[in-house]
Design a protein around this ligand. Structure first.
Ligand SMILES: [Zn+2]
Ligand SMILES: [Zn+2]
Ligand SMILES: [Zn+2]
Length: 116
């Protein structure tokens, strides 16, 4: 596949991703394109501000639309729970610029460990 064609296919596949996805998910959509090319494409897309990039379980995940991806991590048992941080006003107030996306990792003791 020519480079421009590859890019077109990748852009199209990206349009289908409406939730969080990783390189393998995108690869499943455009299996003709090598995984190395996909990794490169994703890294560049984040740099260009076309994608928001996050870390989830030590893996890079991406989203075209979701502006926050946050975890609650239990320091006792290591369990990870996804939390939804809807209001970012408290952060915006402290910033002079514009927030692109937010990943908050909250650490503490989970409900189960708190009880036991
Ligand atoms: Zn972003
Ligand atoms: Zn996550
Ligand atoms: Zn726990």
């Amino acid at each position: 596949m020519r480079l421009t064609k590859q890019k077109h296919a990748l852009n199209q596949a990206l349009g289908k991703m409406d939730n969080f996805f990783n390189a393998e998910d995108l690869h499943a959509e455009v299996s003709k394109i090598g995984i190395a090319t996909i990794y490169r494409y994703l890294t560049l897309a984040v740099k260009r501000g076309e994608l928001h990039g996050y870390q989830c379980n030590n893996k890079a995940i991406y989203s075209t639309s979701k502006k926050n991806h946050s975890h609650f991590i239990c320091e006792k048992c290591g369990s990870v729970k996804h939390i939804d941080v809807k209001k970012l006003d408290f952060l915006q107030e402290q910033m002079k610029g514009k927030i692109c996306h937010v990943q908050i990792d909250v650490r503490g003791i989970c409900e189960k460990c708190k009880k036991g």
